[in-house]
Design a protein around this ligand. Structure first.
Ligand code: NAD
Length: 481
């Protein structure tokens, strides 16, 4: 498997080209700190070149029609599956995520391309209305050139969630991966060079403050899709205002996971554990606030601690590993600071709380699975997105009480509850202000499940056919007969 240090240039107009300023950024493996690649640090001139290539390609890509684009998307899905082991390996050494998780992400994106290949064949997007003397033709048209900006926590999955519907709808794309995790997307460009026409997919790696900002303000970019922090999302919203272009925003979260006394308890403990430890807690929809009914609070905390102990933290490339490393030294510091904040606020550590510094963890950014009790919903550790493996457990005494606390958050991305009473589950689901809610499940979002937030978690949906609408605009032609 590829482990040697590679140099990646920018991917523009169907080929890898050197960045205008000839500058590169090192990419490190967070599990051992080793440099695994260098990637181009793009400039404004590189964004201009990528947008120009997308603009040149947009007419022929649109004219290929739904069936032609569908064939190509399906082939991309097949190509991803044929190369799944390689892509998962790259994603794991780039992100520190366990190989079992990255393999799931790669397969999900193969499926995502096939899903949208199917959706565009069935949704022609054109319909007519007729009243005898008049006929109206209503069709959906692509925007043309779309800019997409991706974070580091699910580099391949989130890029695929944006690329597949944008391309399916007939747009050409300029995409900017995160500085820390650009490799799997660059690998995808390399693998699909012979499948996608030049200019349809362009990748400009580099800094958010340079590449990202310029992409957002570029006069030839007609839509921006962003996944990342709420802080950067706000900034992008302001800088795109002058261009009057549509945006979609997938932002942060602080999701409530609720355990009722009649929960299927083994499933609930596993769901609460992996709800926070999956992806080392660096997951926008992590179940980071756990509400447990007070009648079962003590035994649930004891069961969770026992379960946390069993989660295998280790080499992300080992198939037995369930928790890998945080993304960076900076993220370790953020998480450690939140643990200190929690202690200062009066919360009690029931498990974990420290960086793992003993061999074999000493070279990577490993952090212990961490569980806080004696937490109230007003504390910063219960309100702010920590983006690490830190669970806060809060007792509640009634449905009204837990609904109020769950909704007392600036975020509204996801949530879950665990109960055998499906009526109660639905009642809670209806009352919680989030874009996504699971009952007796956590994290599952196969293709076809709309994904996106309420409140400061953003707007717009990925992962289902409504994304096609977000990547197209309506044209009405009114005809007098
Ligand atoms: P981030 O906001 O720091 O960066 C995201 C991307 O934006 C990166 O590619 C970055 O280079 C770019 N960027 C930074 N500054 C920019 C600017 N001024 N203009 C344009 N682009 C800029 O986020 P992150 O730290 O990479 O990811 C973690 C965050 O992403 C968390 O808050 C998490 O909740 C959120 N997230 C949300 C979802 C969702 O679907 N709601 C999914 C995953 C992650």
């Amino acid at each position: 498997m590829k482990d040697e240090i590679s140099t990646f240039d920018l991917f523009i107009d169907g080929q890898f080209i050197k960045p205008a300023a000839q500058q590169y950024i090192q990419v490190k493996n967070p599990a051992n700190g080793e440099v695994i690649a260098t990637v181009a640090s793009g400039t404004e001139a590189d964004v201009d070149a990528a947008v120009a290539a997308a603009k040149r390609a947009k007419q022929s890509w649109k004219q290929l029609g739904a069936a032609g684009r569908s064939d190509i998307l399906f082939r991309i899905g097949e190509c991803i599956l044929e190369n799944e082991a390689r892509l998962a390996h790259i994603e794991t050494i780039d992100s520190g995520k366990p190989i079992v998780e990255t393999l799931e992400d790669i397969r999900a994106i193969a499926d995502q391309f096939k899903y949208f290949a199917g959706v565009i064949r069935s949704e022609s997007g054109t319909y007519t209305k007729q009243d005898g003397e008049h006929m109206t033709l209503i069709s959906r048209e692509p925007y043309g050139v779309v800019g997409q900006i991706i974070p580091w926590n699910f580099p391949f999955l989130l890029a695929g969630w944006k690329l597949a519907p944008a391309l399916a709808a007939g747009n050409c794309v300029v995409i900017k991966p995160a500085e820390l995790t650009p490799l799997s997307l660059l690998e995808l460009a390399d693998l699909t060079k012979g499948i996608l026409p030049p200019g349809v997919l362009n990748i400009v790696t580099g800094r958010g403050s340079v590449v990202g900002e310029h992409l957002v303000q570029h006069p030839d970019v007609q839509k921006i899709a962003f996944t990342g922090s709420t802080a950067v999302g706000k900034r992008i919203s302001k800088s795109a205002a002058d261009s009057v272009i549509p945006l979609s925003m997938e932002l942060g979260g602080k999701s409530a996971n609720i355990i009722f006394p009649d929960a299927p308890m083994a499933k609930a403990i596993e769901g609460a554990t992996m709800g926070i430890l999956y992806g080392q807690g660096q997951v926008c929809n992590a179940g980071s606030r756990l509400f447990v009914h007070q009648s079962i609070y003590d035994e649930t905390v004891a069961a969770l601690v026992a379960h946390f102990k069993k989660v295998k933290v280790g080499d992300p490339l080992d198939e037995a590993t369930r928790m890998g490393t945080l993304i960076s030294e900076a993220q370790l510091e953020v998480v450690s600071n939140y643990v200190e904040t929690g202690i200062a606020e009066g919360a009690k550590l029931a498990y974990g709380g420290k960086r793992m510094l003993e061999a074999p963890f000493d070279k990577g950014y490993y952090f212990e699975p961490t569980l806080f009790t004696h937490v109230t919903n007003e504390m910063r550790i219960a309100q702010e997105e920590i983006f690490g493996p830190v669970l806060v457990v809060i007792p509640f005494d009634s449905d009204e009480d837990v609904i109020k606390m769950a909704n007392d958050s600036e975020y509204g991305l996801a949530g879950a509850c665990w109960t055998r009473d499906i009526y109660k589950g639905l009642k809670i689901a209806a009352a919680i202000e989030t874009g996504l809610f699971w009952i007796n499940e956590y994290h599952l979002a196969p293709s076809g499940t709309p994904f996106g937030g309420f409140k400061k978690s953003g707007y717009g949906r990925d992962n289902d056919k409504s994304a096609l609408e977000a990547y197209s605009q309506i044209k009405t032609i009114y005809i007098s007969l």
